[in-house]
Design a protein around this ligand. Structure first.
Ligand code: PFF
Length: 453
């Protein structure tokens, strides 16, 4: 058993290494690219509050549960579910949870890689001075011209997938784990500098109001589902990514404390991104609901206008790319780990096949921004459909099942022993959240969306 695990990437050297990897997985495009644009599309304040509540009451307890399941079995998600179902004497149908995670990971990565490709392309644009003194209209045109070109998007999408595969082949220990150590503080500093710029735009307060002043009349069933889905997406929950990382976590390390740190850092990065972006939106008469192009149409204005903006622009997009890489490897790791451990693939072969399949799927997203923009299913283009299917449906369903499994199926003495919390009442709080609050909340949101509630 230990030998096969080594072929995947061995155990984390310490709690700190796990924190770095899991934070690397959590903090990514979801925080800096997705959170601001979906907050913008869904009316701001009220959406943000629902999202924060979901992180606290659903996300954190489920993150603790998912890490715990992985660590208990020390296997990939598919085997974890097989092993723990057997240990609990439960129904074999639970195995599907592992499978759904493997599939959701590839589906998410297919579009994630396309957007990460945009960030890479913007490193070059920042370097060549494209943002210099450009106004909002010019920056918008730059973005629209860029996404109108399938060839350009394919090139950048391919480069990003290639980078992901190279890292996956070598195992995450070398290099990337260390990169996260610099990335997190670096990202924080840059985001704070951008917030500093946002304060000078004259629309800072308006931006803050938009982001934090709730107008609950803006909430619909779908808005609440999007906010909840995003809590799963941003914390990398519901599909086995955190389970895989948990499986490499040495026994005896406190899971709950560690998870609180990770969720805190993740939320802070998202809020900083929102605080930096919306003042720029309002100062330039842009629309908060501009969609997936939002950060690419706002932040370059700041880089073009501020002193030192050239260097900051380059650094920002480099960091965004690295943040995306530390997430993308966790999206593809479940399928690679499964191919290596169960199908006897070498790590190289597994990475190449998983990578190629995901790359191919990504072309659907590439084309949905240009030649296939009119191809719609249920009123959504391919990118929107993939995003809805994964973030709004598969991750919450996966998370719901993880909660039910950890709260109801797994024996109490096993979860108590595995979590080893500081006090009995801490365990009790988690137990109530995971058994009742989290699954019930997910269930009610679904009922509301399908119109039963
Ligand atoms: N949490 C990542 C982000 O916010 O960018 C995205 C993600 C990674 C989602 C891994 C799911 C996952 F399993």
């Amino acid at each position: 058993m230990t030998d096969t695990k080594k072929s995947v990437h061995g155990a984390w050297s310490s709690r700190f290494a796990f924190i770095l990897a899991a934070t690397g997985s959590a903090v990514g495009l979801g925080n800096i690219w997705k959170f601001p644009y979906i907050a913008g599309e869904n009316g701001g304040g009220a959406f943000v509050i629902v999202y924060l509540l979901c992180v606290l009451l659903i996300g954190i307890p489920i993150m603790i549960a998912e890490t715990m399941l992985g660590r208990r079995s020390q296997q990939n998600p598919v085997e974890t579910m097989e092993l723990l179902t057997e240990e609990a004497g439960a129904d074999k149908n639970w195995h599907f949870l592992g499978w759904m995670g493997v599939i959701a990971g590839m589906l998410i990565l297919s579009y994630y890689s396309v957007i990460a490709g945009w960030a890479m392309a913007y490193i070059v644009k920042a370097f060549t001075g494209s943002f210099f003194d450009a106004d909002a209209t010019a920056i918008k045109e730059l973005f629209n011209d860029f996404v109108a070109s399938p060839v350009q998007l394919i090139i950048w999408h391919s480069l990003f997938m290639l980078a992901t595969m190279l890292i996956i082949v070598r195992g995450v220990h070398n290099g990337l784990e260390k990169a996260v150590q610099f990335l997190m503080p670096g990202l924080f500093v840059l985001m704070i500098l951008l917030v500093g710029y946002a304060m000078t735009t004259g629309s800072y307060i308006q931006g803050l109001h938009f982001l934090f002043k709730p107008d609950f009349s803006k909430l619909t069933g779908d808005t609440v589902l999007t906010a909840m889905g995003h809590a799963f997406f941003t914390l990398s929950l519901g599909m086995g990514a955190i389970m895989v990382y948990g499986s490499y976590l040495p026994k005896g390390i406190s899971i709950a404390n560690t998870v609180l740190w990770i969720a805190g850092a993740d939320t802070a990065v998202a809020l900083l991104a929102g605080i930096a972006i919306f003042p720029i939106v309002f100062a330039n008469d842009l629309h908060p609901g501009s969609g997936p192009g939002l950060i690419f149409q706002t932040l370059p204005i700041a880089f073009g206008a501020m002193t030192g903006g050239w260097l900051m622009g380059i650094l920002f997009f480099v960091m965004l790319m690295i943040a995306a890489l530390t997430s993308s490897i966790s999206l593809i790791e479940p399928v690679v780990a499964w191919l290596v451990e169960n199908k006897d693939f070498s790590r190289e072969k597994a990475s190449i096949w998983a990578g190629l399949a995901t790359w191919l799927l990504g072309l659907g997203t590439v084309f949905s921004f240009n030649i296939w923009s009119d191809v719609k299913f249920f009123d959504r283009n391919i990118f929107e459909l993939l995003d809805y299917l994964t973030a709004n449906l598969m991750l919450p369903i996966g998370g719901f099942c993880i909660a039910v499994f950890a709260g109801w199926i797994m024996k109490r003495q096993h979860s108590e022993q595995e979590l080893n919390m500081a006090t009995a009442s801490n365990y009790q709080v988690w137990k109530i959240l995971i058994s009742y609050v989290a699954p019930l909340a997910v269930f009610l949101v679904f009922l509301h969306v399908i119109g039963v509630l």
